[in-house]
Ligand binder design. Sequence first.
Ligand SMILES: Nc1ncnc2c1ncn2[C@@H]1O[C@H](COP(=O)(O)OP(=O)(O)OP(=O)(O)O)[C@@H](O)[C@H]1O
Ligand SMILES: [Mg+2]
Length: 243
Amino acid sequence: MKIPILDFLRDRPAEATDRYTLLQSKDQLFTEQFKNYCSRFEYAVDVRGCKVVAISSSIAGEGKTVSTVNLAANLASTGRKKVLLIDLDLRKSDLAKGLQFRSSPGMVELLEGSAGLDEVLRYVITQGLHVIPSGKRVANPWRLLAGEKFRTLIQELREQYDVILLDTAPIIPVSDTMVLRDLVDGIVLVHRLGFTPHNLFRQALEDIGEKKLLGVLLNGVEPESERYYQRYYGKYYIKQGTQ
Ligand SMILES: Nc1ncnc2c1ncn2[C@@H]1O[C@H](COP(=O)(O)OP(=O)(O)OP(=O)(O)O)[C@@H](O)[C@H]1O
Ligand SMILES: [Mg+2]
């Protein structure tokens, strides 16, 4: 299995204090790089014919939410695609907090049947982005994600949007993301360099499998090291995982 690198993200400067402001870092370069990621992502989904894409990582805190919100906003603001962003990290609700939305009602209420789609949809007006937050906390969220109702909902949403981005839980500690694998067209694995042990990254890649892996987003890369990582991962193969 060869590892396709989707893009590189550099570190936001350490002095940045806007931890929960997911859309507008004061650092121009940090914000600008998402435009580039957006173009590469759009190209990848167009080539592969992907519509529903999950974004995950091996462990928590690798940059899924910050990269996905910025990707979704950039993609929606081009006006070329109708974009829906769903917070499926049902144990955290980070996304709503970062966008300053209420997290409930959201996905959980929709799947439990206590709220309708029109009640859970939120809008980032400036970007033309539609968002569904995670909703209230429940025990064993993977049960909802593995259920028939979720499957049907995604089928319905496929009719209404061009791209559906799912911000999901990390792969190694919980099974929530792997229950989605067959339902999505592709998975982006966010990997934070110098943070995640390599064996866990490798295990997550094997769990995803070559067919579903849309690409890896390397986070925390200094611009001068990009070539090195491109070469390193470009030549890097791992044992064929489960497909
Ligand atoms: N390139 C980066 N530079 C600096 N800080 C970053 C970068 N990427 C992510 N962070 C910060 O790291 C923290 C974790 O990022 P984020 O919440 O996006 O990760 P996550 O993978 O969604 O985490 P979780 O699994 O806990 O939901 C946040 O404080 C975020 O601002
Ligand atoms: Mg997150």
